[in-house]
Design a protein around this ligand. Structure first.
Ligand SMILES: C[S@@+](CC[C@H](N)C(=O)[O-])C[C@H]1O[C@@H](n2cnc3c(N)ncnc32)[C@H](O)[C@@H]1O
Length: 506
């Protein structure tokens, strides 16, 4: 009889899963994980022996798909988030075809049982009905069960719940209660077992694809592995290539190598010409490093942490401000930086609504910090409150040119756009801020006010109620920077008062 795994074993197993599959297993799955480890360990004679096998590359090739079968979420359906397929077929595909002499090369990374890549094949064919071989789709997944279902091309009505009847009738034959996909769509897709969390220089070759769909996969990854997977995707995309993530996923905190774009009611990304980092991550292939890396991976880090971490810079601004006696961000950095950046005085002025003074402090900062993202954001906020909206907008655009995923700049730009009478522009930038950081309250509040001014009370109540909810937990630094001089309670009261005036309780 083998010794049952203890808490330390389970923690180590969890870390190995993160390293080799990218997955972050939540605390709620502790018992299921223990059971899985018990079963797998028993087959090797002991849990210790089982762990030792992780250093054996050949063994891993067969073990990882087995683990993936137990641990991955494979929920998917045809034309999931239809707007993304419209964006693909009406904008992205025509552009790619016009620019090149070859078929549009697409990677569906984390394709599950095939609904996503097949939807892409159908969408392409619907858009260009007279052309053949317009798309070459490589569909990758680690889960062998999902892939074998994909290869059959046979689906239930449930998989087609968001598929228009005309498409269903045209592309599927019925067989009993099943729907069998027509051969033309199947020909465009090539399935492959592959792991987004592992380096494979044969597969992840530079410039192999024009478009990548990687939707609802990275939301299950630990932050480190999500970053590494995005680095691989960046490598295989041509410069200017297109990346679609799931609706609840963003690149914030994961990569600066993309521009954020919006069309057909959806967001997507375009790879910049020259990525800032062009890395080949081999750390998971070094057996010696595995245990070290395993213990280095935090068990409780989550997708939300990625977002939190990426807003850390702004948080550090006010933690320095809020606790004057405590060692500051600036002091911690003294050892490495010849001239430290100290924004305490400028922030103090913002807190006192003395925006002119804040701008003077910013102007007096050492020149080497003039273009620091925190400095530019503080400058944009101060300029907008001083009425210098054109200048505030110029600073936001400068910031966004460097980091299109900077949510603060997106929000301040929305405020500037509204003041310039460009409501559509304001909506777009607010929506970008909300998409990039769903916890950011101020763009929601702004969207609510814009909707109310436009007479759309349904949208106004929805956004203002959401903003009131988010404000309760909003980071104090963001209330200070973006709250327009209002305290948290006053902003919540404002949302509620607007809702009351429209006859709804927030
Ligand atoms: C929720 S499904 C998403 C399917 C489809 N992309 C969609 O959005 O409808 C996630 C898929 O990612 C796959 N996956 C998870 N980890 C993976 C990894 N390390 N490498 C490749 N695929 C992975 C799972 O097996 C699963 O099929």
């Amino acid at each position: 009889m083998t010794i049952p795994p203890d808490a330390q074993d389970i923690a180590h197993f969890r870390a190995l899963i993160s390293i080799h599959l990218g997955l972050q297993i939540d605390d709620g799955y502790q018992d299921a994980l223990a059971q899985l480890l018990r079963t797998r360990g028993a087959l090797c004679g002991s849990v210790t022996r089982y762990f030792d096998h992780f250093a054996d590359e050949a063994w891993l090739q067969s073990e990882l798909p087995l683990l993936a079968r137990e641990l991955t979420v494979t929920e998917t359906y045809f034309f999931r988030n239809t707007d993304q397929f419209a964006a693909f077929s009406e904008l992205v595909l025509p552009r790619v075809l016009a620019a090149g002499s070859h078929a549009c090369r697409i990677l569906s990374a984390g394709c599950a049982s095939g609904e996503e890549p097949y939807s892409l094949a159908i969408a392409a064919s619907e858009c260009f009905p007279d052309a053949e071989d317009l798309v070459e789709i490589t569909a990758l997944d680690i889960n062998p069960i999902a892939l074998s279902k994909a290869a059959q091309g046979r689906y239930s009505n449930w998989s087609l719940r968001d598929t228009p009847k005309a498409i269903k009738d045209k592309w599927f034959a019925t067989d009993g209660s099943d729907y069998v996909l027509e051969a033309g769509a199947r020909r465009a897709v090539r399935f492959a077992v592959g792991n987004l969390a592992r380096e494979n220089l044969t597969f992840w070759q530079p410039g192999r694809f024009d478009v990548v769909f990687c939707r609802n996969v990275l939301m299950y990854f630990c932050p480190e592995q999500a970053r590494a997977a995005i680095d691989r995707i960046t490598r295989v995309l041509v410069p200017g290539g297109y990346l679609f993530l799931g609706h609840a996923e963003t690149l914030r905190g994961l990569s600066n190598d993309y521009d954020l774009c919006h069309t057909h009611g959806t967001f997507y990304y375009r790879r910049k010409a020259e990525p800032e980092r062009y890395t080949v991550t081999l750390w998971d292939e070094r057996p010696d490093a595995q245990r070290l890396s395993a213990s280095a991976i935090s068990n409780d880090a989550s997708w939300v942490d990625v977002i939190q971490r990426s807003s850390e810079r702004i948080s550090t601004l006010t933690s320095a401000f809020d606790a004057p006696g405590a060692p500051t961000h600036t002091e911690a950095a003294k050892a490495e930086k010849p001239v430290p950046l100290d924004l305490t005085s400028a922030l103090e002025c913002v807190r006192g609504e003395r925006y002119g003074d804040a701008l003077r402090h910013i102007a007096d900062l050492p020149t080497e910090h003039a273009n620091d993202a925190d400095v530019l954001l503080l400058k944009a906020v101060s300029l907008s409150h001083s009425g210098a909206l054109d200048q505030a907008e110029a600073v936001c655009r400068e910031l966004l040119a460097r980091d299109g995923l900077n949510t603060g700049a997106q929000y301040v730009l929305a405020v500037c756009r509204e003041a310039a009478g460009d409501v559509r522009g304001a909506l777009e930038h607010d929506q970008a801020a909300c998409y990039l950081d769903p916890t950011f309250a101020m763009p929601r509040l702004h969207l609510g006010l814009l909707a109310r001014r436009q007479g759309d009370s349904v949208a106004a109540v929805r956004e203002l109620s959401h903003a009131a909810h988010l404000l309760q937990r909003e980071d104090p630094s963001r209330v200070l920077l973006f709250g327009g001089g209002f305290k948290r309670e006053a902003l919540v009261a404002m949302c509620r008062a607007h809702c009351d005036a429209m006859g709804v309780q927030a």
